[in-house]
Design a protein around this ligand. Structure first.
Ligand code: IPE
Ligand code: IPE
Ligand code: MG
Length: 224
C-alpha cells in the first residue's frame, strides 16, 4: 500500500464544540482556525503533497449573516497572518470553488496569496471556499462542452482540482457521515475515514491515525 498523497478534510463540529462549553459559535470557529494552522504545519512537515480543507460551502450561505461574516473575517485573518509562513516554508496555496464572486477585499487578498506562493513546490494547501461539488461539475461541463466531446477526461481537466493528485483519503470529523456536496467527482475511489472528534480538537495525531487506517486498506478500483 503506498502512502497517501492527497488528503481532503470536511472540518465539522465547530458549533458543537462551542455549545458544549457554553461559548459563542464564533469561538468554536476561532479554535477551528487554530486546528487548521497546526494541521497545515504538520502536513508540510510530513511532506504530504496536497491537503484540501472544506472551509465554506455553497450551502453555508444559509447560515445567519453574522456567522457568515465571522467565518470570512477569520479566513482573512488566517491568510494575512500565515502567508509569510507559507512563502518561507514552500507551501503553495490553491483555492477551489467559486471564490471570484466573493467580496472584493477577500478576492484581492486571495489572489495576492496565490501569486506569492505560486512557485512553491512543497505541500499544496487547497482551501475549498464557496465550494459546492455540483456547482464545480456544472462549471467544468460547461467549459468542456465548448472544447469538444464531453468525456470523463474532458471534465476532469476542467475541474477546479485539475492540477492536483487524486484524492486518496477523505476525512470527516464530528461523527457526521455525509459528503455535504464536497468533491463528489474526485472521491470516486477515495478511501473514507470518519472520526467523532470535533474539528477544534483535531490534532496531527488524528491525521496520523487516519493515514494509518488508510495504509491498511486494500484499494481495488473494481479489479480483483
Ligand atoms: C464546521 O463547523 C465549520 C463550517 C461549516 C464552516 P460547523 O459550524 O458546521 O459546526 P456544527 O456542525 O454546527 O457543530
Ligand atoms: C460541511 O459542513 C461544510 C464545511 C465543512 C465547510 P456543514 O456543517 O455545513 O454540513 P451539513 O450542513 O451538516 O451537511
Ligand atoms: Mg456542521
Amino acid at each position: 500500500m503506498s502512502a497517501a498523497r492527497h488528503v481532503a478534510i470536511i472540518m465539522d463540529g465547530n458549533g458543537r464544540w462551542a455549545k458544549a462549553r457554553h461559548l459563542p459559535r464564533a469561538v468554536g470557529h476561532q479554535r477551528g482556525v487554530e486546528a487548521v494552522r497546526t494541521l497545515v504545519r504538520a502536513a508540510r512537515d510530513m511532506g504530504l503533497e496536497a491537503l484540501t480543507l472544506y472551509a465554506f460551502s455553497t450551502e453555508n450561505w444559509r447560515r445567519p449573516e453574522e456567522e457568515v461574516s465571522a467565518l470570512f473575517a477569520l479566513l482573512k485573518r488566517y491568510i494575512q497572518d500565515d502567508l509569510q509562513e507559507f512563502v518561507d516554508n514552500n507551501v503553495r496555496l490553491k483555492i477551489i470553488g467559486d471564490y471570484k464572486s466573493l467580496a472584493s477585499d477577500i478576492v484581492c487578498l486571495l489572489e495576492d496569496a496565490l501569486t506569492r506562493t505560486a512557485e512553491n513546490n512543497g505541500t499544496t494547501l487547497v482551501v475549498a471556499l464557496n465550494y459546492g461539488a455540483q456547482d464545480e461539475i456544472a462549471r467544468a461541463a460547461k467549459i468542456a462542452a465548448t472544447k469538444g466531446p464531453i468525456t470523463v477526461a474532458a471534465i476532469d481537466a476542467e475541474l477546479d482540482t485539475a492540477s492536483l493528485p487524486p484524492v486518496d483519503l477523505l476525512i470527516r470529523t464530528s461523527g457526521e457521515m455525509r459528503l455535504s456536496n464536497f468533491l463528489l467527482w474526485q472521491v470516486a475511489y477515495a478511501e473514507m475515514w470518519f472520526t467523532d472528534v470535533l474539528w477544534p480538537d483535531f490534532t496531527p495525531d488524528h491525521l496520523r491515525e487516519g493515514l494509518n487506517a488508510f495504509a491498511n486498506r486494500e484499494r481495488r478500483y473494481g479489479g480483483r
